[in-house]
Design a protein around this ligand. Structure first.
Ligand SMILES: NC(=O)c1ccc[n+]([C@@H]2O[C@H](COP(=O)([O-])OP(=O)(O)OC[C@H]3O[C@@H](n4cnc5c(N)ncnc54)[C@H](OP(=O)(O)O)[C@@H]3O)[C@@H](O)[C@H]2O)c1
Length: 220
């Protein structure tokens, strides 16, 4: 749901939820969002309410939605962590997050371990079903595992162009039963028929945050 964040054009919330209902009917049951993807968490809340009204509350269990928590660096107290998770639960209209992906900006600040310990406690208490990471490197995956914190997955960029996870992360994750959840697999559409056999796109044609970001990846 990064594509509703605002960086890919304006989103009409009513039409967005119409589309989400149609996607569900077509068999797409799982939604990938984040606390900072604009209205994404609120759209899940609206979607669930309209889904329950039109298809019955008993079918809400068909829907899975996972979000990310990407905090500003700072002290990670139980209160800070629980408040952030409560905001996502309230916006999405769920008692328990199906999966929470945690990201941390600054490895020199070991506060990420405090945050993860509190998140693991919230998981034990039922506020989170599965705890996961996004954009962590292998060195930090090892520190987290050595600390006894269990995570189910790490979401990282992985494509024909960007194969960094092959170097060390894939083997580490295989050994530790951590699933790699890839993003950027189509480079936002740059790896598609649309650009096949065409000259390199000009910067002015790259009119979304994704196309700009993934063009930088190709150049790198
Ligand atoms: N954890 C993270 O840091 C992170 C980072 C980025 C993304 N994500 C998650 O991953 C999700 C997917 O994003 P992504 O960046 O990974 O996207 P992606 O899979 O690299 O690209 C998807 C885009 O490719 C285009 N596309 C797909 N098939 C196509 C075709 N046959 N021809 C032309 N274009 C085609 C579509 O763009 P159009 O709709 O514009 O046509 C589509 O939105 C996001 O919504 C977000 O939830 C997570």
């Amino acid at each position: 749901m990064w594509q509703v964040s605002g960086a890919h054009g304006a989103i009409d919330p009513v039409r967005a939820v119409d589309a989400m209902l149609a996607y569900h009917d077509a068999g797409f049951f799982t939604w990938d969002l984040a606390d900072h993807y604009g209205p994404a968490e609120d759209l899940i809340g609206d979607f669930r309410r309209r889904f329950a009204a039109s298809r019955g509350a008993e079918r809400l269990s068909e829907i899975q939605a996972f979000t990310k928590w990407v905090p500003y660096p700072g002290r990670m107290t139980r209160r800070t962590v629980e408040d952030a998770i409560s905001v996502s639960r309230r916006r999405m209209g769920v008692d328990r997050l199906d999966l929470l992906q945690f990201h941390w900006w600054d490895y020199s600040d070991r506060g990420y371990l405090d945050a993860l310990r509190h998140l693991a406690d919230l998981r034990e208490e039922g506020q989170i079903r599965h705890l996961a990471l996004t954009n962590f490197d292998t060195e930090r995956l090892r520190i987290i595992a050595d600390d006894g914190i269990r995570v189910v997955s790490n979401q990282v960029q992985y494509s024909l162009i960007d194969r960094r996870p092959d170097a060390r992360m894939a083997a580490f994750c295989g050994d530790h039963k951590i699933t790699l959840l890839a993003y950027g697999t189509l480079l936002g559409g740059l790896l598609s028929e649309k650009y096949f056999g065409r000259p390199e796109p000009q910067r002015s044609e790259l009119n979304t945050a994704s196309l700009q970001k993934y063009k930088n990846m190709i150049d790198a």
